[in-house]
Write a protein that binds this ligand. Structure first.
Ligand SMILES: [Zn+2]
Length: 217
């Protein structure tokens, strides 16, 4: 794949994040790794209007290799994900409203009634709070990122890793859909129990393990 295609893939996902209402004006950031080079979104740039020429290339330590703009202030969060997960090539972070509500409360997302969620995500743990733009934000990333592809950042938002930006974005979209459905069910049916039997939940959770996290350690 040519560099241009990496930039294009990031821009496509930025537009999707904007269209889905997962980012405010300058919020969210996306990166895509090509060997030693990491393409990443610049700081203070609208995800609705972003174009390929604005994407920055940095090295594994976050030093700028290509581009006139400043890379996102969350660049260390992205480079740290690549350090811990050599199996992934993309990181997407945004403030999708349903997931961010859980992040603000500081609670993990768990489900006993969505087969899709239990199989593919197991759960979405919540990292403890850290100031945005600092490494504190992901101080306990290594506790979770080997087992889970999607995590919450307390009082902040959601982060997903994947083989490319579209895959990472799709994981966030799936989590958001599960939470939306949950919200609608509670609104219409109140607290009516819809939990699957414990044994079934456990079986789905265990069976899904091979599809999430990192197995190369
Ligand atoms: Zn953010």
């Amino acid at each position: 794949m040519k560099d241009y295609e990496y930039r294009r893939a990031i821009v496509d996902v930025c537009h999707m994040l904007n269209d889905a209402g997962f980012v405010g004006t300058y919020e969210g950031n996306v990166s895509y790794k090509k060997g030693d080079k990491i393409f990443i979104t610049p700081t203070q740039t609208s995800k609705a209007l972003i174009s390929e020429g604005q994407i920055i290339a940095v090295d594994a330590k976050g030093n700028v290799l290509e581009g006139d703009l400043k890379p996102t202030s969350e660049t260390p969060m992205h480079t740290h994900c690549y350090e811990l997960r050599p199996d992934i090539n993309a990181v997407v972070h945004c403030h999708s409203p349903f997931a961010t509500a859980y992040a603000q409360i500081g609670e993990p997302i768990v489900s006993k009634c969505s087969t899709e969620f239990i199989m593919f995500f197991g759960e979405v743990p919540c990292l403890k709070y850290g100031t945005p733009g600092t490494l504190d934000i992901i101080a306990d990333l290594d506790k979770y990122i080997y087992d889970y592809d999607v995590v919450l950042l307390a009082n902040h938002g959601i982060l997903a890793v994947g083989k490319d930006p579209m895959e990472a974005y799709s994981k966030i979209m799936s989590v958001e859909m599960v939470l939306k459905t949950d919200f609608i069910r509670r609104s219409v049916f109140g607290d009516r129990n819809c939990d699957l039997p414990e044994e079934e939940v456990k079986m789905l959770y265990e069976n899904g393990k091979k599809n999430r996290g990192y197995h190369g350690r």
